[in-house]
Design a protein around this ligand. Structure first.
Ligand code: ATP
Length: 364
């Protein structure tokens, strides 16, 4: 079946006072997809979302919603649901009135309005708060109501601008799961802005990684995590160990790298070709390194080191190990013996060739 494209950005550009904040943004969002715009503060996520919503007009390029060119079309003609970082509920209206507001504007009958308000309150799991005022709700509840208000108009597109970032860690996670469930249930095409890697990885069908107004990569969470298009994407998406070096061996798909500190690292198949003598950067994620008391037999990469620091972080411990001239970050589970070692202990760091990412140094 042919894919239905709900939103299309064709070479979208935006400039503020000669400052280009969005550059040549190209994207097709399929019907029912959950897409995240992920990037550091100031990379142009909100500006792009505001252009899709119609609050801002692009300076260049075409914006299409359901195949229709929307440049210059005001927000209220776009049939979008939007949720912002701040709850933006009307304080003088009850929850039910807040939710019904958009329906009133659309002249929906009273009976239908009541039914639809009830339905979305059930959907966000707050069936009993219809008569309360926003100030009588917790932050998490208010954000659920903001989501309910966006959904009640049955939008063709849901735009979420960092809707979880004002919540504390536990609530954030709860509401994140809730958003995932909601999306699975109603399947509305969603664009979600976040600077939180975990949020983007856990919620999205695809992630757009942005940096200084440029699209660095568009891909599924697994592609972004395992096949990053650039050093920026790899380092932004999670903690990593970075070592500079040179290619000293090529054998079939295998590479051998000698780091500037003299450590020899074996790497598996890479996305890009490399040449002997080429300068390269090697990355190994902390969770891919195994710590053992004695040399572990079945790893191609193994180096003896000394534990410098162990930080207990609840479900895991993050260790710093000085090994082969480098300080390696290693993530170990609490059940792991290494998590119980004292600083100064001698340990072995081991990892597989397949868990080594190599990038050409000149692309930096
Ligand atoms: P954050 O996560 O901090 O909200 P963001 O990725 O959403 O960041 P934007 O809000 O899109 O970033 O801003 C992108 C750049 O455009 C920033 O450098 C910002 O200062 C600038 N900018 C945004 N809106 C305006 C405006 N109305 N006038 C001038 N500059 C603006």
């Amino acid at each position: 079946m042919a894919k239905v494209i709900d939103v299309e950005l064709r070479g979208i550009m935006k400039t503020f006072q000669n400052n280009v904040v969005v550059q040549d943004f190209n994207l097709q969002v399929e019907q029912g997809e959950f897409i995240s715009f992920l990037g550091p503060s100031g990379c142009g996520k909100t500006t792009t979302l505001n252009m899709i919503a119609g609050f801002l007009d692009p300076d260049g390029g075409d914006l299409l919603i359901k195949g229709q060119r929307m440049n210059g079309v005001p927000p209220y003609k776009r049939e979008l649901g939007m949720v912002f970082q701040t709850y933006s509920l009307f304080p003088h209206m009850t929850v039910a009135e807040n939710i019904a507001y958009g329906l009133k504007l659309r002249k929906v009958s009273k009976t239908e309005m009541q039914e639809r308000v009830k339905r979305v309150l059930d959907l966000v799991k707050l069936p009993n708060v219809a008569d309360r005022y926003p100030k009588q709700l917790s932050g998490g509840q208010r954000q659920r109501i903001a989501i309910a208000r966006a959904l009640v108009i049955e939008p063709s597109l849901l735009l979420l601008d960092e809707p979880l970032s004002n919540l504390d860690a536990k609530l954030r996670e709860e509401l994140r799961d809730e958003l995932k469930r909601l999306h699975q249930e109603i399947g509305v095409t969603t664009i979600f802005v976040t600077h939180d890697q975990e949020e983007a990885l856990s919620l999205s069908d695809r992630i757009v990684v942005l940096n200084h107004g440029f699209v660095e990569q568009i891909g599924t969470p697994l592609e972004i995590y395992n096949q990053p298009a650039s050093e920026f994407v790899h380092t932004f998406i999670g903690k990593t160990n970075r070592m500079e070096g040179e290619i000293v061996g090529l054998e079939g798909d295998r590479l051998t790298i000698r780091t500037t500190e003299g450590m020899i690292i074996h790497a598996g198949k890479q996305q890009r070709p490399f040449a002997l003598g080429q300068k390269a950067i090697v990355f190994v994620r902390p969770e891919k390194i195994v710590l053992t008391d004695i040399a572990a037999g079945d790893y191609i990469n193994q180096v003896e080191g000394r534990l410098q620091l162990a930080s207990f972080l609840g479900s895991y411990t993050e260790c710093e190990v000085r090994a082969g001239g480098h300080t390696l970050a290693v993530k170990v589970q609490m059940s792991d013996k290494a998590a119980q070692r004292e600083p100064g202990a001698s340990l072995f760091c081991s990892w597989n060739a397949e868990d080594v990412l190599v990038m050409p140094a000149e692309r930096g």
